[in-house]
Design a protein around this ligand. Sequence first.
Ligand SMILES: [Cu+2]
Length: 355
Amino acid sequence: MAVFWAALAPQMGRAQEAGNPAAETMSVGEADARAPNVADDSLPPEEAAEGQTTDPAVGADAYQPLSPEWIKGQPESGALGFQKQYSDIGEYGLWMHNVVLLPIITVIVLLVLALLLWVIARYNRRANNDPSRTSHNTLIEVIWTVLPVVILFIIAVPSITLLVRQYDSPPEDALTVKVTGYQWYWGYSYPDNGGFEVISNMLEDGEALDRGLPPKLAVDNRMVVPAGEPIRIQTTGADVIHSFAVPSLWFKLDAVPGRLNERELTIREPGIYYGQCSELCGVRHGFMPIAIEALPRPQFEAWVRAQGGTIGEEAEEADMAEPADLQEPESSVEGAPGAGAPPTELDSPAADAEV
Ligand SMILES: [Cu+2]
């Protein structure tokens, strides 16, 4: 395992820093805002905080997790088609589906169905006992060759445009969030903000319902990002291939061990957007949901400070400090909650908060 991590480290760019100093200063009511980082035990908070910020608790009071009425992207029971889109690229993709693909497919299907019915009714043996011996018809052959080519060209224009736009590089000053898929939870690290990592586990159904959140989608710590500005999402896997997918943001990117994938994401408005791991990754694949919380800039910065992170210039100074040790994935620790056994009451965030 150590060899694997050593090999992976250079490709993962900045070292992930462990520990969550702000957690110490926060009350039980703010359980949502703290990250029960797996490395908490191995590293004293003071050490983790070193060089990151002068006062990790600055702004800690200003951040409140968004309440359930802010949920915007989530599946609805009985719904058909795509979820409502909250990004420009999503709007374009949805337009391509609704205005380009669906009408063309519908017309083709109806035409073929009508032709079939006509042939069945008109040219069966009873109705047409003496079939024509015609074997070629140049006009018809030209039509059924050229017409599909024209249709494909018409589809190709918006299709290639969509493909290219989806892989536009984010601008240089975009905020970077590195998403790591673990068996079976997500880690979100913020290299531009001091490099802290937030660990995100699914909430128990009862706990989610108590908080008014959708079960199997709600998590203890959301991935918090600023709304209305480009974000550079990088994905990697710590153990096996996962896939980071949020339907209402038109976003899906594989998280592959030893690779760093990158895509831009701009969320138009503040809200909560749910997604799920979309690459079969093991027994708890279905229980590693994604919850993104998009906030206006000032609230996002308050959240960063509540996590012990840094903003702008401070972050550059923090760069000079020694990076903390790489975090061992939870699943490499024998008997760890993420390593196979379902979570118990003991490792639920609520239990942590009471201690
Ligand atoms: Cu997964």
